[in-house]
Write a protein that binds this ligand. Structure first.
Ligand code: FDA
Ligand code: NAD
Length: 434
């Protein structure tokens, strides 16, 4: 089979790929110049929908409703859009070998693709309990959630196990969003995680106490300080119980595991410089090999604001890094310069009627302000992180669009925190004044 050649190839068909395609179209790309190669069977979509609207019991989100770029209020890129632009969408095509010297990608079935410029946008995969040898972890009805196929399997199980028992393993993003989604579907939900409180990578104990209280009020049971060490299953191979390290055994019809992600960089091991678990790039998302770019979850890039290098596994960065890389590619073709990437970290989540946003850096001392009573009709509270006397991180639950804009500005401007008691008293008013 002869290799198919493209001037530009985007490897991966997720969030970053979709936003990169839109930027290519904006900047000007000729028919036949650009291809997206994805192992998924569908055109790029807003992945965050999979753990939220996709799992609603009524009025669930379905494709084509959430193809990119609707998640950021942009035009929706339907499969026809790519055809109209002459962008080739090569779907259900997993690349198993990449050679950056011969600029060749090879699929499992032996198809080969060559490129002048490669944009790596392979995202992350889930960490599996079988990766650390948890006994029985391959039983039926133990789910992970990364791609739309995973979500479809979970939806089918939710329908098959009406009013059944669900155990969520993990207290991070997936754990909290899926705990809510399964409860809304009327399952009896228990969450299990090893840390003293949920989402310890970001939440302070004060923030976590609100969510744990809120979830408890919704009837979710939370077991902390232990992990799943094994599963029981019946004669059909369906999971029936989760065995915990502390000896407890939880009945389960469905198990959802969210114990973290891992960036998909293996195809480029030994070929590109890596750092902090990702592919090292500069502020234009150029890797160590000319003509090869890396964006989204897989990129370890300079975080100008904090003068260090980081990897970010969130959608806002996937979108913006993709746009930055394409702008850089096009500018360099025209002999122009663009500004280096100057990213302000932005993470968010939604569950039940709750919605929070975080901006900046979660380091230093913290203050907690506002109404964080889980039983309040309309809770609204937040936190500031203070380093060297300046506010460097901001979190707000239940904020209005205006207030969220204000906390973003604070994290960017880093105003002096002043007296912490006064800051706590002022709460969101402090941000709205900046
Ligand atoms: P992404 O994972 O989107 O895409 C990678 C693509 O590459 C996939 O299509 C994959 O199939 C393909 N691929 C990988 N290897 C390949 C190979 N060898 N050959 C061919 N194709 C290959 N963030 C946030 O800020 N707010 C939120 O609410 C959420 N919610 C959320 C929910 C769920 C369920 C998940 C899994 C993740 C989130 N996130 C999130 C995180 C966010 O979705 C994530 O950071 C971005 O999708 C990353 O975009 P990428 O394009 O880098 O990877
Ligand atoms: P995560 O890193 O947010 O959370 C992993 C959690 O797993 C930890 O907090 C811990 O509680 C738990 N854990 C670790 N080992 C465990 C074990 N042996 N047993 C039980 N619990 C264990 O990862 P995630 O929630 O799996 O999310 C996966 C990826 O998807 C991440 O990249 C995340 O950023 C992304 N995501 C983001 C959002 C969002 O931004 N709103 C939503 C969903 C997913």
């Amino acid at each position: 089979m002869a290799a198919k050649h493209f001037k530009y190839v985007i490897l991966g068909g997720g969030v970053a790929a979709g936003y990169a395609a839109r930027e290519f179209a904006k900047q000007g790309v000729k028919p036949g110049e650009l291809a997206i190669i994805s192992k998924e069977a569908v055109a790029p979509y807003e992945r965050p929908a999979l753990s939220k609207g996709y799992l609603f019991p009524q009025g669930a989100a379905r494709l084509p409703g959430f193809h990119v770029c609707v998640g950021s209020g942009g035009e929706r890129l339907l499969p026809e859009w790519y055809t109209e632009k002459g962008i080739e969408l090569i779907l259900s095509m997993e690349i198993v070998k990449a050679d950056v010297t011969s600029k060749t990608l090879t699929s499992a079935a032996g198809a080969t693709f060559t490129y002048d410029i490669l944009i790596i946008a392979t995202g992350s995969t889930v960490i599996r309990l079988s990766d650390f040898g948890v006994q029985g972890a391959d039983a039926n009805n133990i789910f992970y959630l990364r791609e739309i196929d995973d979500a479809d399997k979970l939806v089918a199980a939710i329908q098959a196990k009406k009013n059944g028992k669900a155990v969520i393993v993990g207290g991070g993003y997936i754990g909290l969003e899926l705990g809510s989604a399964l409860r809304i579907n009327n399952l009896d939900v228990t969450m299990v995680y090893p840390e003293p409180w949920c989402m310890p990578r970001l939440f302070t104990s004060g923030i976590a106490a609100f969510y744990e209280g809120y979830y408890a009020n919704k009837g979710i049971k939370i077991i902390k300080g232990t992990v799943a060490v094994g599963f029981d299953s019946n004669a059909n191979g369906d999971v029936t119980a989760v065995k915990l390290k502390d000896g407890r055994v939880l009945d389960a019809d469905i198990v959802v595991v969210g114990v973290g992600g891992r960036p998909l960089t293996a195809l480029f091991k030994g070929q590109l410089v890596e750092e902090k678990g990702g592919i090292k790039t500069d502020g234009f998302f150029r890797t160590s090999i000319p003509g090869v770019y890396a964006v989204g979850d897989v990129a370890t890039f300079p975080m100008k604001l904090y003068n260090d290098i980081r990897r970010v596994e969130h959608v806002d960065h996937a979108r913006k890094s993709a746009e930055q890389a394409i702008k850089a590619i096009k500018a360099s073709e025209e002999g122009k310069d663009i500004e280096e990437y100057d990213y302000l970290p932005f993470f968010y989540s939604r569950a039940f009627d709750l919605s929070w946003q975080f901006y900046g850096d979660s380091v230093g001392d913290t203050v907690l302000f506002g109404d964080n009573d889980p039983a309040s009709a309309k809770p609204k509270f937040g936190s500031y992180w203070i380093k060297d006397g300046k506010v460097v991180g901001t979190f707000l639950e239940g904020g209005s669009a205006e207030e969220n804009k204000a906390i973003a500005k604070v994290a960017r401007v880093q105003p002096p925190a002043g007296d912490l008691e006064q800051l706590t008293k002022e709460g969101i008013t402090f941000a709205c004044k900046i």
